[in-house]
Design a protein around this ligand. Structure first.
Ligand SMILES: [Zn+2]
Ligand SMILES: [Zn+2]
Length: 145
């Protein structure tokens, strides 16, 4: 994805802190907490402070370039997100996060909840957990078939 183009489209430039954080998230296959991002940037020789990391992540989240993932075993972390309707699946063992395109799969759930609660559903937060191909039991497929 061309993050520079998306930022400038929304009236922002690709400043050094934004570039550094986006580049870090681009190569990560797990969600990174602000503290982890700060530590890794420091290791790369960046002087970006933790407050700036939080502020930059806040802006990137607002612009829809990154999103927060939740993991019961870890602090909430950030990943890059593709434009459009997507969700993430997170490995419960190695914490790898993968994005997948969303469909209208939960439409029937939303309809049922609106009927049951009289709420008007306007948004949702959906994240799946499981075991990635590397962490699945190697024989689980064989046992099932
Ligand atoms: Zn895994
Ligand atoms: Zn969705």
């Amino acid at each position: 994805m061309n993050y520079k183009a998306i930022l400038s489209q929304k009236g922002y430039r690709l400043s050094a802190p934004r570039k550094q954080i986006i580049e870090l998230l681009e190569v990560a296959d797990v969600a990174l907490s602000p503290q982890q991002i700060h530590n890794q940037l420091q290791q790369n020789g960046s002087a970006l402070g933790l407050v700036s990391v939080y502020r930059t992540l806040g802006l990137l989240t607002e612009l829809g370039l990154v999103t927060i993932l939740y993991d019961p075993q870890l602090n909430p972390g950030y990943v890059l997100r593709t434009q459009g309707h997507h969700h993430h699946i997170v490995c419960q063992n190695c914490h790898k996060a993968l994005e997948f395109p969303a469909t209208n799969d939960i439409d029937s759930l939303v309809e049922r909840v609106e009927k049951q609660t009289s709420f008007q559903v306007r948004d949702h937060l959906l994240q799946l957990f499981g075991l990635c191909p590397d962490c699945k039991q190697p024989d689980s497929k064989g046992v099932l078939s």
